[in-house]
Ligand binder design. Sequence first.
Ligand code: YH5
Length: 259
Amino acid sequence: MGILNVTPDSFSDGGQYSQLDAALRHAEAMVAAGATLIDVGGESTRPGARAVSPLEELERVAPIVERIHRELDVIISVDTSTPAVMRETARLGAGLINDVRSLRRDGALDAVAATGLPVCLMHMLGEPGDMQDNPHYQDVTKEVGEFLAERIAQCASVGIPAERIILDPGFGFAKNLQHNLSLFKHMEALHALGRPLLVGVSRKSMIGQALNRPVGARLYGGLALAALASVKGARILRVHDVAETVDVVRMIAAVESAE
Ligand code: YH5
């Protein structure tokens, strides 16, 4: 899964058309590099990021979903917690709803149920703005598993079947370095929930903190985690560096399919 951010750059005045073309070219390059999903996100989840209205989020995301659907052969994932964005992008060709808030916003469960689309449920405590204020767990992997099991049950209650659900431990969301490392190490325990796992660690601060690297120098650390996640059975890797990650995954597949 290649990451396509469509949050506007406040220092750019390139205008709407060139931004849309640039996003499409980026998506196209990721597909050519081997991405089978493109994750389109219009809300920044960085602590301190400005809240985006549903209309503003839709105006960022809808044109690119429409263009990718028309021009590329790839599954479009929409990184959103906003019911109106879920419903409208489904109509425009989205194939997956990816919600870092696990459908906890009012109306989100019903919106996904109405679309009939698969959904990725991710673990996070609190909101992006306050999630890193001293997170606490007795057993992070166990508590993430319990949270995800509860969200699967909530989905069942509105008619979203388990077969339509992908699960994500939520690396970097309401977790300190030790939580992220322990959760990564014990990720296999989440296979007990019976659903495919998605892992998103690309360029994240757990790599920066473990290796003391700024965001521009986290590729090798991220590839090590991609390899480990793949060996631990993760089925979808959400990454910025698609070509490099596809080589990692294909190399592992080549060895694992040997006699
Ligand atoms: C995820 O893990 N993450 S947005 C901070 C960074 C780098 C990257 C520089 N959406 C996930 O990608 N959806 C995001 O440090 C996600 N799983 C799923 N399912 C945050 C992000 C990032 C943040």
